[in-house]
Design a protein around this ligand. Structure first.
Ligand SMILES: Nc1ncnc2c1ncn2[C@@H]1O[C@H](COP(=O)(O)OP(=O)(O)OP(=O)(O)O)[C@@H](O)[C@H]1O
Length: 264
């Protein structure tokens, strides 16, 4: 039974607010995300992107507001139901136990395994496929803690993909990756035909991959729409304090943002 009438939306966020130490971090956030869309959350450092995502995947408990996924309240799902419906790739800088790359990615299969059944041949096939997909074939036995920042990040992306959900949340998925892998990982995510909600710092990545951009400033959504509607030079100057122009890139069929910082 649906719990909201907006069954045609993948994700619906209504009136989400969160404060910490009496400081309002995000306030009255509404989001409407269609199935299969690639959505980027963009905004200056500290504007609340991670906090919003954490409230959506329920690692933080909102003061007010409701999050619906496929019409169902996310806060009323069991951990297993949630793991079946959304994969989350967050920044993990404090992992203390040292698993291999294979074991890390296998964790993504947890919600598919029987309670005492262990991993199946199908789980193993999917784990190898996802490791291959992020360019880490041959790294299966390497210890996670011995990997470079970019290799760790790709392992975490493989783990999220191995969950095989139709919705994936990524918190700065490419901040450690070199330029080649940044675009490669974005291509991989785009190919999956999932609904993707990701914080993104690189505006050119947002322009190239996003169907919808959510612009945030000081804990509020200030614009939401296509990259052409949202990532305009005036707004970029207002939010990030940098001049820029849009230059058409014939090869990708979208604009590139060309920055003109004040040179000292
Ligand atoms: N545990 C915490 N204690 C106190 N303040 C916090 C905590 N976590 C986040 N904040 C504050 O909340 C605000 C929003 O942080 P958040 O990490 O959501 O921003 P962000 O947009 O993801 O930033 P960035 O682009 O720098 O990653 C910031 O001012 C931050 O300092």
């Amino acid at each position: 039974m649906r719990e909201t009438d907006n069954g045609d939306l993948k994700l619906l966020v209504e009136g989400l607010s969160y404060s910490m130490d009496r400081r309002q971090i995000i306030e009255d956030i509404d989001l409407r995300i269609r199935p299969g869309s690639f959505v980027g959350i963009v905004g200056p450092n500290g504007c609340g992107k991670s906090t919003l995502l954490k409230n959506i995947y329920q690692v933080l408990e909102a003061d007010r507001g409701v999050v619906y996924l496929d019409g169902h309240r996310v806060d009323q799902m069991s951990n297993r139901q949630r793991a079946h419906s959304m994969a989350v790739m967050q920044q993990e800088n404090n992992i203390e136990f040292d698993l291999s790359v294979y074991e890390m990615v296998l964790l993504g299969r947890f919600s598919h395994q029987k309670v005492l059944g262990g991993s199946s041949a199908e789980d193993q096939r999917i784990v190898f496929k996802c490791i291959d997909e992020v360019g880490l074939k041959g790294y299966e036995k390497r210890h996670f803690l011995s990997l470079s920042g970019g290799e760790k990040q790709r392992t975490l992306i493989a783990r999220a993909l191995a969950q095989e959900t139709s919705f994936i949340i990524l918190d700065e998925p490419i901040n450690h990756l070199d330029i080649g892998y940044q675009y490669q990982i974005m291509n991989i995510l785009k190919r999956q035909k999932l609904t993707v909600l990701s914080s993104i710092h690189d505006l050119n990545i947002a322009v190239t991959y996003c169907d919808q951009v959510i612009l945030m400033s000081q804990g509020h959504v200030v614009a939401s729409g296509s990259p052409e509607e949202t990532l305009l030079p005036d707004r970029i100057r207002e939010l990030f304090g940098i001049d820029c122009q849009l230059v058409w890139n014939e090869k990708t069929g979208c604009n590139n943002i060309l920055y003109s910082p004040e040179m000292i």
